[in-house]
Ligand binder design. Structure first.
Ligand code: ATP
Length: 453
Protein backbone atom coordinates (compact mmCIF):
# COMPACT_ATOMS: atom_id res chain seq x y z
CA UNK A 1 0.00 0.00 0.00
CA UNK A 2 1.28 3.45 -0.87
CA UNK A 3 2.25 5.71 2.00
CA UNK A 4 1.85 8.85 -0.08
CA UNK A 5 -0.35 11.59 1.34
CA UNK A 6 -3.99 11.14 0.59
CA UNK A 7 -4.41 14.09 -1.78
CA UNK A 8 -1.66 12.62 -3.87
CA UNK A 9 -3.20 9.16 -3.68
CA UNK A 10 -6.47 10.63 -4.97
CA UNK A 11 -4.65 12.37 -7.81
CA UNK A 12 -2.94 9.10 -8.76
CA UNK A 13 -6.30 7.30 -8.76
CA UNK A 14 -7.98 9.99 -10.88
CA UNK A 15 -5.21 9.84 -13.42
CA UNK A 16 -5.28 6.02 -13.53
CA UNK A 17 -9.04 6.19 -14.10
CA UNK A 18 -8.50 8.40 -17.11
CA UNK A 19 -5.43 6.60 -18.49
CA UNK A 20 -7.01 3.16 -18.35
CA UNK A 21 -10.52 4.13 -19.40
CA UNK A 22 -12.54 3.94 -16.21
CA UNK A 23 -13.82 7.51 -15.92
CA UNK A 24 -13.45 10.60 -18.11
CA UNK A 25 -14.65 14.14 -17.72
CA UNK A 26 -17.89 14.65 -19.64
CA UNK A 27 -17.65 16.76 -22.84
CA UNK A 28 -13.91 16.91 -22.28
CA UNK A 29 -13.02 18.15 -25.77
CA UNK A 30 -15.19 21.21 -25.09
CA UNK A 31 -13.59 21.93 -21.76
CA UNK A 32 -15.88 19.65 -19.76
CA UNK A 33 -18.93 20.46 -17.68
CA UNK A 34 -18.55 20.65 -13.94
CA UNK A 35 -19.89 17.71 -11.95
CA UNK A 36 -20.51 15.43 -14.93
CA UNK A 37 -18.59 12.28 -15.84
CA UNK A 38 -18.47 9.60 -18.51
CA UNK A 39 -17.61 5.99 -17.75
CA UNK A 40 -15.24 4.43 -20.27
CA UNK A 41 -14.95 0.78 -21.36
CA UNK A 42 -13.70 -0.48 -17.98
CA UNK A 43 -15.72 1.90 -15.82
CA UNK A 44 -18.97 0.79 -17.42
CA UNK A 45 -18.14 -2.88 -16.71
CA UNK A 46 -17.31 -2.14 -13.08
CA UNK A 47 -20.50 -0.14 -12.64
CA UNK A 48 -22.60 -2.84 -14.29
CA UNK A 49 -21.09 -5.57 -12.11
CA UNK A 50 -21.88 -3.52 -9.02
CA UNK A 51 -25.47 -2.86 -10.10
CA UNK A 52 -26.00 -6.48 -11.12
CA UNK A 53 -24.69 -7.73 -7.78
CA UNK A 54 -26.91 -5.30 -5.86
CA UNK A 55 -29.89 -6.45 -7.94
CA UNK A 56 -29.01 -10.09 -7.33
CA UNK A 57 -28.75 -9.66 -3.56
CA UNK A 58 -31.70 -7.31 -3.15
CA UNK A 59 -34.17 -8.70 -5.71
CA UNK A 60 -33.25 -12.14 -7.08
CA UNK A 61 -32.09 -13.79 -3.89
CA UNK A 62 -35.15 -12.69 -1.89
CA UNK A 63 -38.82 -13.60 -2.00
CA UNK A 64 -39.97 -10.32 -0.52
CA UNK A 65 -38.62 -7.76 -3.02
CA UNK A 66 -39.61 -6.98 -6.62
CA UNK A 67 -37.99 -4.56 -9.04
CA UNK A 68 -39.16 -1.68 -11.19
CA UNK A 69 -37.73 0.86 -13.61
CA UNK A 70 -39.54 4.19 -13.48
CA UNK A 71 -39.33 7.16 -15.81
CA UNK A 72 -36.97 10.02 -15.00
CA UNK A 73 -39.58 12.69 -15.70
CA UNK A 74 -42.73 12.59 -13.61
CA UNK A 75 -45.82 14.73 -13.23
CA UNK A 76 -44.80 17.88 -11.37
CA UNK A 77 -47.56 17.19 -8.85
CA UNK A 78 -45.47 14.30 -7.54
CA UNK A 79 -42.59 16.68 -6.70
CA UNK A 80 -44.99 19.07 -4.98
CA UNK A 81 -46.49 16.29 -2.89
CA UNK A 82 -43.15 14.77 -1.93
CA UNK A 83 -41.98 18.13 -0.64
CA UNK A 84 -39.11 18.41 -3.12
CA UNK A 85 -40.44 21.51 -4.87
CA UNK A 86 -40.49 23.50 -1.64
CA UNK A 87 -37.73 21.96 0.42
CA UNK A 88 -35.17 20.10 -1.69
CA UNK A 89 -32.74 22.92 -1.16
CA UNK A 90 -29.25 23.62 0.09
CA UNK A 91 -28.35 26.90 1.80
CA UNK A 92 -26.06 28.81 -0.59
CA UNK A 93 -23.59 31.54 0.29
CA UNK A 94 -21.50 33.71 -2.06
CA UNK A 95 -18.04 34.98 -1.18
CA UNK A 96 -17.94 38.63 -2.31
CA UNK A 97 -14.14 38.59 -2.38
CA UNK A 98 -13.37 35.63 -4.67
CA UNK A 99 -16.91 35.09 -6.05
CA UNK A 100 -16.92 31.44 -4.91
CA UNK A 101 -20.40 29.95 -4.62
CA UNK A 102 -20.57 27.73 -1.57
CA UNK A 103 -22.86 25.54 0.45
CA UNK A 104 -23.08 27.20 3.82
CA UNK A 105 -21.96 24.00 5.59
CA UNK A 106 -18.67 24.25 3.67
CA UNK A 107 -17.71 27.53 5.31
CA UNK A 108 -14.87 27.27 7.78
CA UNK A 109 -15.09 28.63 11.26
CA UNK A 110 -11.90 28.95 13.31
CA UNK A 111 -13.66 30.73 16.11
CA UNK A 112 -13.41 34.21 14.55
CA UNK A 113 -16.52 34.07 12.40
CA UNK A 114 -17.27 32.18 9.20
CA UNK A 115 -14.70 32.25 6.41
CA UNK A 116 -14.60 31.33 2.72
CA UNK A 117 -12.72 28.00 2.34
CA UNK A 118 -11.27 29.20 -1.00
CA UNK A 119 -9.78 32.62 -0.17
CA UNK A 120 -10.30 32.92 3.58
CA UNK A 121 -12.45 36.05 3.03
CA UNK A 122 -15.18 36.98 5.50
CA UNK A 123 -17.28 39.14 3.20
CA UNK A 124 -20.04 36.58 2.69
CA UNK A 125 -23.68 36.92 1.67
CA UNK A 126 -26.49 35.68 3.90
CA UNK A 127 -27.41 32.04 3.16
CA UNK A 128 -30.32 31.66 0.74
CA UNK A 129 -32.16 28.54 -0.35
CA UNK A 130 -31.15 27.03 -3.64
CA UNK A 131 -33.36 24.27 -5.07
CA UNK A 132 -31.22 21.43 -6.39
CA UNK A 133 -33.70 20.11 -8.93
CA UNK A 134 -33.03 20.71 -12.63
CA UNK A 135 -36.03 22.26 -14.32
CA UNK A 136 -37.28 21.17 -17.71
CA UNK A 137 -40.41 21.55 -19.85
CA UNK A 138 -42.53 18.79 -21.29
CA UNK A 139 -44.06 19.57 -24.69
CA UNK A 140 -43.67 22.48 -27.05
CA UNK A 141 -44.46 25.35 -24.70
CA UNK A 142 -42.12 26.57 -21.99
CA UNK A 143 -44.48 27.79 -19.31
CA UNK A 144 -45.54 27.00 -15.75
CA UNK A 145 -48.06 24.42 -16.95
CA UNK A 146 -45.42 22.34 -18.74
CA UNK A 147 -42.72 22.65 -16.07
CA UNK A 148 -41.31 19.60 -14.34
CA UNK A 149 -37.96 18.39 -12.97
CA UNK A 150 -35.33 15.78 -13.63
CA UNK A 151 -35.77 13.44 -10.67
CA UNK A 152 -33.37 14.10 -7.80
CA UNK A 153 -33.88 10.58 -6.45
CA UNK A 154 -35.42 7.38 -7.73
CA UNK A 155 -37.64 6.76 -4.70
CA UNK A 156 -40.68 8.81 -5.70
CA UNK A 157 -41.47 6.63 -8.72
CA UNK A 158 -41.62 3.68 -6.33
CA UNK A 159 -44.01 5.42 -3.93
CA UNK A 160 -46.27 6.54 -6.76
CA UNK A 161 -46.48 2.98 -8.17
CA UNK A 162 -46.74 1.33 -4.78
CA UNK A 163 -50.39 0.37 -5.08
CA UNK A 164 -50.18 -1.09 -8.60
CA UNK A 165 -47.14 -3.16 -7.71
CA UNK A 166 -48.70 -4.34 -4.48
CA UNK A 167 -51.76 -5.52 -6.40
CA UNK A 168 -50.00 -7.29 -9.27
CA UNK A 169 -47.27 -8.91 -7.16
CA UNK A 170 -49.72 -10.12 -4.50
CA UNK A 171 -47.10 -9.48 -1.81
CA UNK A 172 -47.87 -9.23 1.87
CA UNK A 173 -46.11 -6.85 4.24
CA UNK A 174 -43.26 -6.59 4.77
CA UNK A 175 -42.17 -6.37 1.15
CA UNK A 176 -39.96 -4.12 -0.92
CA UNK A 177 -39.67 -2.46 -4.32
CA UNK A 178 -36.18 -1.90 -5.70
CA UNK A 179 -34.94 0.38 -8.44
CA UNK A 180 -31.65 1.43 -9.98
CA UNK A 181 -31.54 4.57 -12.06
CA UNK A 182 -30.26 8.03 -12.80
CA UNK A 183 -30.83 10.96 -10.49
CA UNK A 184 -29.93 14.60 -11.01
CA UNK A 185 -29.03 17.33 -8.54
CA UNK A 186 -27.78 20.76 -9.44
CA UNK A 187 -25.16 20.59 -6.68
CA UNK A 188 -23.80 24.00 -5.69
CA UNK A 189 -20.28 22.69 -5.44
CA UNK A 190 -19.54 19.38 -7.18
CA UNK A 191 -16.22 17.98 -5.98
CA UNK A 192 -14.05 15.05 -5.04
CA UNK A 193 -14.08 13.52 -8.51
CA UNK A 194 -17.36 11.60 -8.99
CA UNK A 195 -18.25 11.72 -5.29
CA UNK A 196 -20.50 14.74 -5.62
CA UNK A 197 -21.80 14.84 -9.19
CA UNK A 198 -24.72 16.58 -10.81
CA UNK A 199 -25.87 13.43 -12.57
CA UNK A 200 -25.48 10.09 -10.81
CA UNK A 201 -27.12 6.75 -10.27
CA UNK A 202 -28.86 5.43 -7.21
CA UNK A 203 -29.72 1.91 -6.06
CA UNK A 204 -32.76 2.28 -3.85
CA UNK A 205 -35.00 -0.09 -1.97
CA UNK A 206 -38.26 0.98 -0.39
CA UNK A 207 -39.13 -1.72 2.11
CA UNK A 208 -42.75 -1.41 3.24
CA UNK A 209 -43.83 -2.68 6.63
CA UNK A 210 -46.21 -2.33 9.54
CA UNK A 211 -45.57 0.68 11.79
CA UNK A 212 -44.43 -1.52 14.67
CA UNK A 213 -41.77 -3.19 12.47
CA UNK A 214 -40.05 0.02 11.37
CA UNK A 215 -37.34 0.44 13.99
CA UNK A 216 -36.34 -3.23 13.89
CA UNK A 217 -36.16 -3.23 10.11
CA UNK A 218 -34.01 -0.12 10.19
CA UNK A 219 -31.42 -2.13 12.17
CA UNK A 220 -31.88 -5.15 9.92
CA UNK A 221 -31.25 -3.19 6.72
CA UNK A 222 -28.27 -1.34 8.15
CA UNK A 223 -26.65 -4.71 8.90
CA UNK A 224 -27.62 -6.16 5.52
CA UNK A 225 -26.10 -3.21 3.72
CA UNK A 226 -22.87 -3.39 5.70
CA UNK A 227 -22.62 -7.05 4.72
CA UNK A 228 -23.14 -6.09 1.09
CA UNK A 229 -20.16 -3.73 1.09
CA UNK A 230 -17.99 -6.41 2.64
CA UNK A 231 -19.06 -8.86 -0.07
CA UNK A 232 -17.84 -6.52 -2.78
CA UNK A 233 -14.46 -6.07 -1.16
CA UNK A 234 -14.80 -3.10 1.18
CA UNK A 235 -13.48 -4.18 4.57
CA UNK A 236 -15.60 -3.58 7.65
CA UNK A 237 -12.95 -1.44 9.33
CA UNK A 238 -13.17 1.12 6.49
CA UNK A 239 -16.96 1.38 6.89
CA UNK A 240 -18.56 3.51 9.56
CA UNK A 241 -22.12 3.89 10.69
CA UNK A 242 -23.14 7.39 11.63
CA UNK A 243 -26.37 7.81 13.54
CA UNK A 244 -27.93 10.92 12.06
CA UNK A 245 -28.89 13.22 14.91
CA UNK A 246 -32.40 14.51 15.60
CA UNK A 247 -31.40 17.97 14.29
CA UNK A 248 -29.93 16.67 11.03
CA UNK A 249 -32.63 14.10 10.31
CA UNK A 250 -35.64 14.79 8.11
CA UNK A 251 -38.57 15.69 10.37
CA UNK A 252 -40.60 12.64 9.30
CA UNK A 253 -37.78 10.13 9.89
CA UNK A 254 -37.72 8.18 13.14
CA UNK A 255 -34.18 7.00 12.59
CA UNK A 256 -31.46 7.38 9.94
CA UNK A 257 -28.01 5.88 9.55
CA UNK A 258 -25.37 7.02 7.13
CA UNK A 259 -22.98 4.32 6.02
CA UNK A 260 -19.66 6.05 5.47
CA UNK A 261 -16.37 5.02 3.91
CA UNK A 262 -12.84 6.28 4.49
CA UNK A 263 -12.12 7.86 1.10
CA UNK A 264 -8.65 9.34 0.55
CA UNK A 265 -10.34 12.77 0.88
CA UNK A 266 -11.99 11.88 4.18
CA UNK A 267 -14.83 9.92 5.71
CA UNK A 268 -17.92 10.41 3.58
CA UNK A 269 -21.39 8.97 3.01
CA UNK A 270 -21.89 6.01 0.70
CA UNK A 271 -25.46 5.25 1.57
CA UNK A 272 -28.31 6.43 3.77
CA UNK A 273 -30.59 3.94 5.54
CA UNK A 274 -33.67 5.77 6.76
CA UNK A 275 -36.89 4.84 8.49
CA UNK A 276 -39.21 7.30 6.73
CA UNK A 277 -42.42 6.31 8.55
CA UNK A 278 -45.53 6.62 6.35
CA UNK A 279 -44.63 10.16 5.26
CA UNK A 280 -44.17 9.54 1.52
CA UNK A 281 -47.23 7.38 0.92
CA UNK A 282 -49.34 9.66 3.10
CA UNK A 283 -48.27 12.73 1.12
CA UNK A 284 -49.00 11.09 -2.24
CA UNK A 285 -52.32 9.75 -1.04
CA UNK A 286 -53.39 13.20 0.15
CA UNK A 287 -52.26 14.99 -3.02
CA UNK A 288 -53.52 12.46 -5.57
CA UNK A 289 -56.74 11.58 -3.79
CA UNK A 290 -56.00 7.88 -4.50
CA UNK A 291 -55.87 5.37 -1.67
CA UNK A 292 -52.39 4.05 -0.99
CA UNK A 293 -53.54 1.96 1.90
CA UNK A 294 -52.82 -1.67 2.57
CA UNK A 295 -55.54 -4.09 3.58
CA UNK A 296 -54.48 -6.78 5.98
CA UNK A 297 -56.51 -9.93 5.26
CA UNK A 298 -55.82 -11.44 8.66
CA UNK A 299 -56.69 -8.52 10.92
CA UNK A 300 -59.04 -6.81 8.45
CA UNK A 301 -57.17 -3.57 9.16
CA UNK A 302 -56.54 -0.86 6.57
CA UNK A 303 -53.50 1.38 6.99
CA UNK A 304 -50.73 3.25 5.19
CA UNK A 305 -47.56 1.15 5.36
CA UNK A 306 -44.37 2.54 6.84
CA UNK A 307 -41.13 2.32 4.91
CA UNK A 308 -37.43 1.72 5.52
CA UNK A 309 -35.20 2.98 2.71
CA UNK A 310 -31.63 1.89 2.05
CA UNK A 311 -30.49 4.40 -0.61
CA UNK A 312 -27.05 3.83 -2.11
CA UNK A 313 -25.08 5.76 -4.71
CA UNK A 314 -23.69 3.72 -7.60
CA UNK A 315 -21.02 6.28 -8.46
CA UNK A 316 -19.87 6.74 -4.88
CA UNK A 317 -19.60 3.00 -4.44
CA UNK A 318 -17.66 2.64 -7.71
CA UNK A 319 -15.30 5.34 -6.46
CA UNK A 320 -14.92 3.56 -3.11
CA UNK A 321 -14.21 0.30 -4.92
CA UNK A 322 -11.48 1.91 -6.99
CA UNK A 323 -9.97 3.71 -3.99
CA UNK A 324 -10.03 0.50 -1.96
CA UNK A 325 -8.56 -1.59 -4.78
CA UNK A 326 -5.65 0.69 -5.66
CA UNK A 327 -2.33 -0.67 -4.45
CA UNK A 328 1.33 -0.55 -5.30
CA UNK A 329 3.59 -3.47 -4.55
CA UNK A 330 6.74 -5.08 -5.94
CA UNK A 331 6.96 -7.63 -8.69
CA UNK A 332 9.87 -8.95 -10.76
CA UNK A 333 10.26 -7.59 -14.29
CA UNK A 334 11.28 -9.69 -17.31
CA UNK A 335 14.85 -9.99 -16.05
CA UNK A 336 13.87 -10.78 -12.49
CA UNK A 337 14.61 -7.27 -11.19
CA UNK A 338 12.02 -6.02 -8.69
CA UNK A 339 9.92 -3.09 -9.84
CA UNK A 340 6.86 -1.25 -8.59
CA UNK A 341 3.63 -2.86 -9.69
CA UNK A 342 0.33 -0.98 -9.80
CA UNK A 343 -2.54 -3.30 -9.09
CA UNK A 344 -6.26 -2.84 -8.61
CA UNK A 345 -7.23 -5.54 -6.14
CA UNK A 346 -10.92 -5.68 -7.05
CA UNK A 347 -12.96 -8.51 -5.64
CA UNK A 348 -13.34 -10.95 -8.60
CA UNK A 349 -17.11 -10.51 -8.30
CA UNK A 350 -16.98 -6.89 -9.43
CA UNK A 351 -13.73 -6.77 -11.47
CA UNK A 352 -14.44 -5.35 -14.96
CA UNK A 353 -12.64 -8.17 -16.80
CA UNK A 354 -12.66 -11.55 -15.09
CA UNK A 355 -9.96 -13.31 -16.99
CA UNK A 356 -7.29 -12.59 -19.62
CA UNK A 357 -6.06 -15.26 -22.02
CA UNK A 358 -2.57 -15.12 -23.47
CA UNK A 359 -0.80 -17.31 -26.02
CA UNK A 360 2.86 -17.38 -24.95
CA UNK A 361 3.93 -16.30 -28.44
CA UNK A 362 1.79 -14.63 -31.04
CA UNK A 363 3.65 -16.04 -34.04
CA UNK A 364 3.00 -19.68 -33.18
CA UNK A 365 -0.31 -20.62 -34.75
CA UNK A 366 -1.12 -23.65 -32.53
CA UNK A 367 -0.65 -21.50 -29.38
CA UNK A 368 -2.89 -18.77 -30.78
CA UNK A 369 -5.53 -21.26 -31.91
CA UNK A 370 -5.62 -22.93 -28.49
CA UNK A 371 -5.84 -19.59 -26.69
CA UNK A 372 -8.77 -18.54 -28.87
CA UNK A 373 -10.47 -21.86 -28.19
CA UNK A 374 -10.22 -21.10 -24.47
CA UNK A 375 -11.66 -17.63 -25.00
CA UNK A 376 -14.65 -19.18 -26.78
CA UNK A 377 -15.03 -21.73 -24.01
CA UNK A 378 -15.16 -19.08 -21.27
CA UNK A 379 -17.07 -16.28 -23.02
CA UNK A 380 -20.56 -17.62 -22.32
CA UNK A 381 -19.77 -17.43 -18.60
CA UNK A 382 -17.76 -14.24 -18.09
CA UNK A 383 -16.09 -11.23 -19.67
CA UNK A 384 -12.79 -12.48 -21.10
CA UNK A 385 -10.01 -10.48 -22.69
CA UNK A 386 -7.59 -11.86 -25.28
CA UNK A 387 -4.11 -10.34 -25.53
CA UNK A 388 -1.20 -11.57 -27.63
CA UNK A 389 0.99 -8.47 -27.85
CA UNK A 390 4.21 -7.91 -25.93
CA UNK A 391 6.22 -9.93 -23.44
CA UNK A 392 4.10 -12.08 -21.15
CA UNK A 393 5.22 -10.20 -18.01
CA UNK A 394 4.10 -6.94 -19.54
CA UNK A 395 0.74 -8.43 -20.46
CA UNK A 396 0.26 -9.55 -16.86
CA UNK A 397 1.16 -6.08 -15.64
CA UNK A 398 -1.38 -4.41 -17.92
CA UNK A 399 -4.09 -6.66 -16.51
CA UNK A 400 -2.95 -6.10 -12.91
CA UNK A 401 -3.36 -2.38 -13.42
CA UNK A 402 -7.01 -2.76 -14.42
CA UNK A 403 -7.77 -5.37 -11.78
CA UNK A 404 -8.25 -8.54 -13.86
CA UNK A 405 -8.14 -11.28 -11.22
CA UNK A 406 -7.09 -14.21 -13.42
CA UNK A 407 -4.65 -14.72 -16.28
CA UNK A 408 -4.41 -17.87 -18.38
CA UNK A 409 -1.28 -18.61 -20.41
CA UNK A 410 -1.17 -21.13 -23.21
CA UNK A 411 2.38 -22.43 -23.64
CA UNK A 412 4.19 -25.29 -25.34
CA UNK A 413 3.26 -27.63 -22.53
CA UNK A 414 -0.40 -26.99 -23.35
CA UNK A 415 0.34 -28.47 -26.77
CA UNK A 416 1.92 -31.52 -25.12
CA UNK A 417 5.28 -30.89 -26.77
CA UNK A 418 7.37 -31.33 -23.62
CA UNK A 419 5.34 -33.74 -21.57
CA UNK A 420 2.31 -35.57 -22.90
CA UNK A 421 0.77 -35.50 -19.41
CA UNK A 422 0.57 -31.71 -19.54
CA UNK A 423 -1.29 -31.62 -22.85
CA UNK A 424 -4.41 -29.45 -22.60
CA UNK A 425 -3.34 -27.81 -19.36
CA UNK A 426 -2.58 -24.10 -18.91
CA UNK A 427 -1.11 -21.87 -16.24
CA UNK A 428 -3.68 -19.99 -14.23
CA UNK A 429 -2.23 -16.93 -12.52
CA UNK A 430 -3.88 -15.16 -9.64
CA UNK A 431 -3.46 -11.36 -9.65
CA UNK A 432 -2.79 -10.57 -5.98
CA UNK A 433 -0.50 -13.43 -4.99
CA UNK A 434 0.89 -13.77 -8.55
CA UNK A 435 0.87 -17.52 -7.86
CA UNK A 436 0.53 -19.82 -10.84
CA UNK A 437 -1.08 -23.23 -10.94
CA UNK A 438 -1.33 -25.79 -13.72
CA UNK A 439 -4.96 -26.47 -14.58
CA UNK A 440 -6.73 -28.66 -17.15
CA UNK A 441 -8.58 -26.68 -19.84
CA UNK A 442 -11.68 -28.78 -19.18
CA UNK A 443 -11.75 -27.57 -15.55
CA UNK A 444 -11.16 -23.88 -16.28
CA UNK A 445 -14.79 -22.76 -16.55
CA UNK A 446 -15.89 -24.39 -13.29
CA UNK A 447 -12.82 -23.19 -11.36
CA UNK A 448 -13.25 -19.61 -12.52
CA UNK A 449 -17.04 -19.54 -12.09
CA UNK A 450 -16.65 -20.64 -8.47
CA UNK A 451 -14.03 -17.95 -7.83
CA UNK A 452 -15.96 -15.05 -9.32
CA UNK A 453 -19.45 -15.97 -8.06
P1 ATP B 1 -25.03 14.29 0.66
O1 ATP B 1 -25.32 14.63 2.10
O2 ATP B 1 -23.66 13.73 0.45
O3 ATP B 1 -25.39 15.38 -0.30
P2 ATP B 1 -27.55 13.05 0.69
O4 ATP B 1 -27.67 12.68 2.14
O5 ATP B 1 -28.24 14.24 0.16
O6 ATP B 1 -25.99 13.10 0.29
P3 ATP B 1 -29.35 11.08 -0.19
O7 ATP B 1 -30.38 12.05 -0.59
O8 ATP B 1 -29.54 10.28 1.06
O9 ATP B 1 -27.93 11.79 -0.17
O10 ATP B 1 -29.09 10.11 -1.42
C1 ATP B 1 -28.77 8.74 -1.26
C2 ATP B 1 -27.44 8.40 -1.89
O11 ATP B 1 -27.34 8.92 -3.21
C3 ATP B 1 -26.23 9.01 -1.17
O12 ATP B 1 -25.86 8.24 -0.05
C4 ATP B 1 -25.20 8.98 -2.25
O13 ATP B 1 -24.58 7.71 -2.35
C5 ATP B 1 -25.99 9.24 -3.51
N1 ATP B 1 -25.84 10.66 -3.88
C6 ATP B 1 -26.55 11.69 -3.41
N2 ATP B 1 -26.16 12.86 -3.97
C7 ATP B 1 -25.13 12.52 -4.81
C8 ATP B 1 -24.30 13.27 -5.69
N3 ATP B 1 -24.43 14.58 -5.84
N4 ATP B 1 -23.36 12.61 -6.40
C9 ATP B 1 -23.23 11.27 -6.29
N5 ATP B 1 -23.99 10.52 -5.49
C10 ATP B 1 -24.94 11.12 -4.76
Amino acid sequence: MSDRPDAQRMETIVSLCKRRGFIFQSSEIYGGLNGLWDYGPLGVELKRNLKNYWWRVIVHERDDVVGMDGSILMNRAAWKASGHEDTFTDPMVDCRSCKARLRSDQLIDKGKGKQCPVCGGKDLTEPRSFNLMFKTYVGATEDEASLTYLRPDTAQAIFVQFKSILEISRKKLPFGIAQIGKAFRNEINPRNFTFRSREFEQMELEYFCRPEQGMKLLEYWKEERLRFYEKIGIPRDKLHVKTVSDEERAFYSKGTYDIEYDFPFGRQELEGVAYRTDYDLRQHQAASGKSLEYFDEDTKQKFIPHVVEPSAGVDRTVLALICEAYAEDEAPDEKGKMETRIVLRFHPRIAPIKCAVFPLLKNKDPLVAKAKEIVDLLRPHMFVFYDESGAIGRRYRRQDEIGTPFGITVDFETLGEKDAKLRDTVTLRERDSMKQERVGIKDLASILISRIA
